[in-house]
Design a protein. Structure first.
Length: 235
DNA sequence: CCAGACGTTGTT
DNA sequence: GTCTGG
DNA sequence: CCAGACGTTGTT
DNA sequence: GTCTGG
């Protein structure tokens, strides 16, 4: 779940929403309506000493202990909330390297393998979403620069998602940002945040299969199909 | 003790 | 069928 | 997540 | 790096 998402957030919007520390270098952000794993995308995290930054990182977490080259690394796009505190790949990132992944929405597919049908899920009011994430830093043995990468937390579905899929990303609201990003927050408080999103905010609708290809781009990818209901009716 | 894994998703 | 790449 | 590849040899 | 399996 959540193997494709969208974001149109500008640096200014990101700076204000997440209270990025003044002086952090601005990122040159382009709208992306088809973010795929391995893309370099902005994440928000607390700095070690103090303050908060937004940096580009690779979608697909590479554990710090990974041996071999980047091509042999497992692609960890998602991390299940239910097991994130204990699994080898996520334990340390969950304890000390949490982040927020800015998004507008995400895609999900239904149907059989030969005919997968994409849906878009976003905020009903057109607002942004803040996905709970983990990041890690992997140092290649050949001396090339460190690679920062991230995974998106998943949990069970809310009422909007249930007809479409059995998992959904964890979304955080502004009152939760500080605690989620703060390295000192205790595990029980963190785990309590990893809940399905409230039922009254999201909408889901069918979109064109054009988004199936990772080469497709453009705002029209999130436009609703005509002749299709705005509410999920499958399953 | 050492060797080997370390992950999620979907679909049949 | 299964793995890799984006 | 889906799409696309899935391989070796030799020559430029 | 750390845990699990043998």
């Amino acid at each position: 779940m959540c193997g494709r998402y969208t974001t149109t957030m500008t640096w200014r919007e990101m700076h204000d929403l997440y209270r990025i520390t003044e002086g952090v270098p601005a990122l040159n952000l382009e709208p992306n309506y088809n973010v795929t794993p391995t893309s370099r995308m902005p994440i928000v995290r607390d700095r070690e000493a103090d303050g908060r930054e937004a940096v580009l990182a690779r979608w697909g977490l590479i554990p710090f202990w990974h041996k071999g080259d980047i091509k042999t690394a497992r692609m960890l796009n998602n991390a299940r909330a239910e097991t994130v505190s204990s699994l080898a790949s996520f334990r340390e990132p969950f304890r000390r390297r949490r982040c927020i992944v800015p998004a507008d929405g995400f895609y999900e597919w239904t149907g059989e393998k030969q005919a997968r049908l994409p849906w878009y899920i976003g905020m009903g009011d057109g607002g942004t979403l803040s996905m709970a994430g983990l990041w890690d830093r992997w140092e290649p043995k050949d001396g090339s620069p460190p690679v920062d990468s991230f995974a998106i937390l998943t949990t069970g579905p809310n009422k909007i998602m249930a007809p479409i899929h059995e998992r959904m990303p964890v979304f955080l609201d502004p009152p939760q940002f500080d605690a989620w990003l703060n390295a000192k927050t205790d595990a029980p408080d963190l785990l309590a945040m990893l809940r399905p999103y409230r039922d009254d905010a999201l909408i889901a609708y069918r979109v064109s299969t054009e988004v199936n290809s990772n080469r497709s781009a453009g705002a029209h990818l999130t436009q609703p199909l005509t002749d299709e209901p705005r509410q999920p009716t499958l399953l």
